[in-house]
Design a protein around this ligand. Sequence first.
Ligand SMILES: Cc1cc2nc3c(=O)[nH]c(=O)nc-3n(C[C@H](O)[C@H](O)[C@H](O)COP(=O)(O)O)c2cc1C
Length: 370
Amino acid sequence: MTVAHRADTKTLRRPLTEEELAFVRERRVGRLATADETGTPAVVPICYAVIERDGEPVVVSALDEKPKRVTDAELARVRHIRARPEVALVVDDYGEDWERLAFVHLRGLARVVDPAEVGHEEGVEALRAKYPQYARMAIETRPMIAIASLTGTSWRGAAQAEGPLPRPGTVDLAALVRGRRSVRAFQDRPIPRALVEQAIAAAGWAPSPHGRQPWRFAVVEAPERRAALADAMAATWRAQLALDGQDAVVVQLRLDKSRERLHTAPVLIVPCLYLADLDPYPDPDRRTAEATMAVQSLGAAVQNLLLTVHAAGLDAGWMCAPLFCPDVVRDALALDAALVPHALIAVGYAAKDPVRRDRLPLDDLIVSWR
Ligand SMILES: Cc1cc2nc3c(=O)[nH]c(=O)nc-3n(C[C@H](O)[C@H](O)[C@H](O)COP(=O)(O)O)c2cc1C
C-alpha cells in the first residue's frame, strides 16, 4: 500500500503530456480538491478553461454567479486556497462500457486572481469561449481561481490501452447517433433557454468551407411569432400543393398537422445559409461548388444541433418547409436579406415515442473498398 502510494505521488509530479492537456481542455467539468490548513479536504465540481502563461498551461475557473450560499471570500475553495495553494483536479469520462473509462488527475498550485491582475482578462475570454453561459455573467468583475505548475497522470480503460485518450463524448457516441430520431409531435412544455444556446453553439462547431461558418440561426419562441410563421408558410404551401393537383381534404390535413407542430413545439430554430463570407469566383462552376459546400456544412451544423438536443434528453424534428418559401420566412421573421432560411427545426419534449426508421445495412452503404 505504502509503495503504491509513493509510486503514485511520483507520477503525479511529472508535467502533463500534450494529450492529457487536450483531454482536460476538451472536457466541460472537473472535480477540484482543496484542503484547509489542518488538511481537511473538500471537493467541488468546477467549470474551467486552460490558458497559457509564459508557455505553461494554467487552469482557470471563475467564481461565477451560479447560486451559492456564501460570498466568494467565504467559499471553502477560496479559503482553502488562501491557506494552502496545493490542489488536485480530476477530469474524467464515465460510461457503462468500463473499457472506455478514462481520467486525467492533475495537481498544481492555485491562486485567487483578482479582476485587475494580469491574466484575469485572458481567463475570462477563455471561459467565455468555452461556455456560452458566461456571456451573460459578469465574471470579469469577480475573482477567479488559477492553477499553475501543473503536474499529473492519467488512466484509461482497456479499450484505450493501446490508443490515444478518447475524445469527449465518444463513450456514448454510437448510442447518441442511433438514439436521435425525428420527432413530429411535441408536448406544450417550455425548454431551458440555455439548452437552445448550447445546441446552436454546437452547430457552430461543424466543419465549413474555409472555416467561414456560412450559417446563422433564428430562434422563434414567442407563441404569436410561431403562429405568424406557421400562417405565412401555410399560405405558400397551400398554393404549391394545389399546383400539384392534390385533393383539398388531403391538403387541409397536411396543413393542419404542420401547423399543430409549429404551435406546440416550444422553440423553432430556423437555420439560415449565409453566403456573404464565402470566396467569390469569376466562373459559375466554382461559384456553384462553393455554395454547395456551404449547404453541405449547414447540414453538418444541423446534425450537431440535433445531437446536442438529443443528448440533453429533448427531441427535435427537421422540417424542410422554409426551403420552399425562403422569402416568406425571411419576411415573417424580419431577417436580414443576406440570410436564406433553409429549414425549420422544432425542438421540445416528444409527445410520444416516434416511429424509428430502419437504415440500410452496412453492406449496402459501402459501394467500394479496394
Ligand atoms: C433536409 C431534410 C429535410 C427534412 N424535412 C422534413 C419535413 O419537412 N418534415 C418531416 O416530417 N421530416 C423531415 N425530415 C426528416 C426525415 O423525414 C427523417 O430524418 C427520416 O425519415 C429518417 O427518420 P429519423 O430522422 O427519425 O431517423 C427532413 C430531413 C432532412 C435531412
